[in-house]
Design a binder for this molecule. Structure first.
Ligand SMILES: C[S@@+](CC[C@H](N)C(=O)[O-])C[C@H]1O[C@@H](n2cnc3c(N)ncnc32)[C@H](O)[C@@H]1O
Length: 218
């Protein structure tokens, strides 16, 4: 299973909190139940999720909203909007992106993490059925992590996301790689290396996750 790294993003959030002072606000869109970032204690965290069960199990959000990130109507804006591994589950990721941008205050941060649809993992996920994802998580990752049906649209590919946010500042971006259970990991790494060489270095099939942080223009 691949995890996103958080140190660089934690530092950006801490800087923003210093600038904006106590009470700076965060909205996690598709919050689920796991907190990824070290929000300073003074920040107020809101969580939006389509699943009441996920919201119930979330213990860190100060405020919770039940709704669909693609259609939710909110006139409030937040200093930081976060969406980690949510866009790949949506039928209309661009509607969600437009909403999240609208919910971000000028100068605020929008933090996204998605699987890279153009990686081997992304393409396999896109073109295989949901029962296969279940099986893969059990056998290859040895994980019981609850999984959700994916749509994995090409409009969430890294370049497409950057195009969507043209005009806003990219303050951080990075790729993450998979860490499979042994012995699959050795085989997987060998295959990724071979594909990279065969593509003459043009394709990075091992870059399975992508994290992007933008600062919204004024
Ligand atoms: C893979 S989980 C990620 C949860 C959390 N962000 C994390 O990283 O642990 C996807 C989450 O998105 C939520 N979700 C899926 N579709 C949604 C939608 N249309 N609107 C809001 N939340 C949605 C799911 O209920 C689930 O909590």
């Amino acid at each position: 299973m691949s995890v996103i790294t958080t140190q660089a993003v934690d530092a950006l959030i801490a800087d923003l909190e210093r600038d904006r002072g106590p009470g700076a606000s965060v909205l996690e869109a598709g919050c689920g139940r796991f907190k990824h970032f070290a929000y300073p204690d003074t920040m107020r965290i809101a969580g939006l999720d389509i699943s009441s069960d996920q919201l119930k199990r979330n213990t860190y959000a100060h405020e919770k909203f039940l709704g669909d990130v693609q259609t939710y109507e909110s006139v409030r804006q937040f200093d930081v909007v976060v969406s980690i591994f949510v866009l790949e589950h949506l039928n209309d990721p661009q509607a969600a992106l437009a909403n999240m941008l609208a919910w971000t205050k000028p100068g605020g941060l929008l933090i996204l993490a998605v699987p890279n649809v153009l990686s081997v993992k992304g393409l396999v996920t896109k073109f295989t059925p949901f029962w296969f994802h279940h099986l893969a998580y059990k056998i290859i990752y040895r994980s019981e992590y609850s999984i959700f049906p994916t749509t994995m649209k090409f409009c969430i590919a890294p370049k497409a996301l950057k195009r969507f946010f043209a005009g806003h500042e990219i303050v951080h971006q990075e790729y993450g790689e998979e860490n499979l259970a042994r012995p699959f990991n050795y085989l997987y790494r060998g295959l990724m290396g071979a594909m990279q060489v065969l593509s003459l270095g043009f394709w990075h099939p091992e870059r399975s996750n992508y994290q992007l942080v933008i600062r919204k223009s004024d």
